[in-house]
Design a binder for this molecule. Structure first.
Ligand code: PLP
Length: 441
């Protein structure tokens, strides 16, 4: 095995028993390996791909852009793709000012720093704290990891992290008998309020993953939580940061998840799907109020943050092509039709005796598996892989987040593969080779 390449989110020794797939080509929702085997990309290559691999429209936009300008620094320069993208994202989010980064984690760093700096510029430098939800995931750089609550990623680095506070998650699976998802949301909001009552003076922002806490295992909540969080953040003068890095660009059924709650956050973090899964790009959009707080003759009151590839023209062109596709192909409406058909195909899975909390939001499906043996996620992943389906369960949660170009035949294959595996991977039949592996997405 080639050990020059150190894989992300991987115990390299585990690759001895399951070497990585070597992908040669992509075609729509399919990946084709160097031996010509086809694999259904049911998780959109870590939630980034929207319109399939080698999408003709995005390819054409990039080829066109390559003939013009590949990159120019964004301090002291600008270019048409980044100007046009900023304008379009402003219109779509209702947040007028776009600041660019490279990956999701860099967007989270930007939002955290910008929030703190806004309060500092406003004469409230003691607002240095951040609050996030239990089981939240916001990325792996030190600032983003500080507001992340996933033990396997966080615990090792705990001595390096800022102290932050976690409030109750509105995860609807916590509903007691007779309770609705709205009840759970209200209970979680009460926990947030209890925290803010005593700590708002030292808190800069609340950061949330709207509607679906993806890395937590596709934990879904009612939009009521976001409405209440918005109200509380206003009441206690704390910013609301919406981390839509995973859920943005149609995953939850609307272009942005916050729309379903009818709220506007103070900051929205976008990445992953923004380029259709082509190139790294992140964007933080914010309000006039935040922007105006930095606008001054004094350079130190400005937001002196940068990444070398900020607003890369190729990435911005891919993002513009993505927005064009959403419009031209009425993607959100088409996805609603698709999701209804997919739910019918997945009905036998919902009915399976080992399936718990089968859930769907937009183009995301998930269920928890009862009697999952230790190592379930890796076992399920490797067996699905042998059937030509790329899945990476999180703990005992199996989920599908396919590119929007998938069809019914592909969803039927997913359902069939999972039904077979659920019958094979019960507690007693679990393969003992795999030792308790971390539940990584
Ligand atoms: C993936 C993700 C991030 C981090 O993005 P990277 O591009 O991997 O750095 C942050 N927040 C959420 C909600 C994510 O899903």
């Amino acid at each position: 095995m080639n050990t020059h390449l150190w894989h992300p989110c991987t115990q390299m020794q585990h690759l001895e028993s399951l070497p990585p797939l070597k992908i040669a080509r992509g075609e729509g929702a399919w990946l084709i390996d160097t031996e010509g085997r086809r694999h259904l990309d049911a998780i959109s290559s870590w939630w980034v791909n929207l319109f399939g691999h080698c999408n003709p429209r995005i390819n054409a936009a990039l080829i066109d852009q390559l003939g013009q300008i590949e990159h120019v620094m964004l301090a002291g320069c600008s270019h048409t793709p980044v100007l046009e993208l900023s304008e379009r994202l402003a219109r779509l989010t209702g947040l007028d000012h776009a600041f660019y980064g490279s990956d999701g984690a860099s967007a989270v760093e930007i939002a955290l720093k910008m929030s703190f700096h806004t309060w500092k510029n406003a004469g409230r430098p003691q607002k240095t704290g951040f609050v996030s939800l239990k089981n939240s995931y916001h990325g792996e750089t030190l600032g983003a990891l500080s507001v992340t609550d996933v033990a396997i990623f966080r615990d090792t680095y705990a001595p390096l992290l800022r102290h932050t506070h976690q409030v109750a998650s509105p995860d609807a699976r916590q509903a007691q008998a007779g309770e609705t998802a709205v009840d759970v949301a209200r209970r979680a909001a009460a926990d947030l309020e209890a925290w803010l009552q005593h700590n708002a003076d030292t808190t800069a922002a609340l950061i949330v993953e709207p509607l679906v806490q993806c890395a937590a295992g596709m934990a879904m909540h009612d939009p009521e939580y976001l409405r209440l969080a918005r109200t509380l953040c206003d009441r206690y003068a704390v910013h609301l940061i919406a981390d839509e890095i995973a859920v943005g660009f149609g995953r939850t059924g609307t272009l942005f998840a916050c729309e379903q709650a009818g709220i506007r956050p103070d900051f929205i973090c976008l990445s992953k799907g923004i380029t259709g899964g082509y190139l790294p790009l992140a964007c933080v959009l914010t309000t006039d109020a935040v922007y105006d707080g930095f606008y001054n003759a004094d350079v130190r009151l400005g937001f002196l943050h940068s990444h070398s590839y900020t607003g890369n023209p190729l990435a911005c062109r891919a993002a513009l092509a993505v927005l064009d596709i959403f419009e031209a192909e009425e993607v959100l409406a088409q996805n609603r039709v698709k999701a209804a058909a997919f739910n019918r195909l997945l009905e036998p899975l919902r009915q399976h005796p080992r399936v718990r909390h089968f859930r769907n939001k937009g183009m995301i499906w998930a269920f928890d598996v009862a009697d999952a043996a230790p190592g379930f996620a890796r076992d399920f992943h490797s067996k699905a892989r042998a059937s030509g389906v790329l899945l990476r369960p999180i703990g005992n949660t199996v989920y599908f987040m396919p590119p929007y170009v998938v069809g019914e035949a592909e969803i039927a294959l997913l359902a069939e593969t999972c039904l077979n595996l659920l019958d094979q991977t019960s507690k007693s039949a679990a393969v003992p080779v795999i030792t308790a592996a971390p539940a990584v997405p």
